[in-house]
Design a protein around this ligand. Sequence first.
Ligand code: TMP
Ligand code: MG
Length: 216
Amino acid sequence: TLTQHRGRGALICFEGLDRSGKSTQSKRLLEYLKQQGDVELWRFPDRETPTGTLITAYLENAESLDDRAVHLLYSANRWEKMQGMVKKLESGTTILLDRYAYSGAAYTAAKNIQGASLAWCQASDAGLPAPDRTIYLHMSPTAAASRSGYGKERYENIRFQEQVAQQYNALAQQEPASWSIVDADQDVDVLSTEIQHLAMTVLDDVKQGRALRHLR
Ligand code: TMP
Ligand code: MG
């Protein structure tokens, strides 16, 4: 029988250093994709949840926490939203992510803690829905640092961001087929257009029946 079935939504993730333009570009893509169907923008850390409150205090240096404890809080902050995310996707809504598990792995691995390898950092997110595409806003740490609003929170310093960039690079190499690296240090409108085209190819793949995978 021919049943009219609205397929699942796509999961598209934005990653990049602090101030690389993820929030701007994800909001622009949200507005663009609203013309195509149901779409939502989710951001991690989600600062509204109980774990999110702790994470914010930590980021503003109001709280000092063990590095592994913080890592697991960030991961828990994603797990809290997991069931809702899967339901949304299954109901046909596309979800854009402003940071996700790759931030979790890259930022903790960048700390170079004895025993917390990149693999250790990825383990707590294994099983979460995997993005159909991760759009990496590539920008040099120096260029990002010169943008306004930089330097107020923990992690926002060039030295640390250089380490984060190295870890992102390692993550991109693990899944070259699902990562798109774009130049974030170019005209904002040109970049938006590039990202719109990218996103449409992802929506097409998903429409063709591409299955939702899980992080490993
Ligand atoms: P934001 O600037 O996108 O709000 O994110 C706040 C900081 O948290 C940013 O420096 C990246 C960092 N971060 C982690 O360290 N681990 C994570 O899992 C996530 C999502 C963000
Ligand atoms: Mg930030």
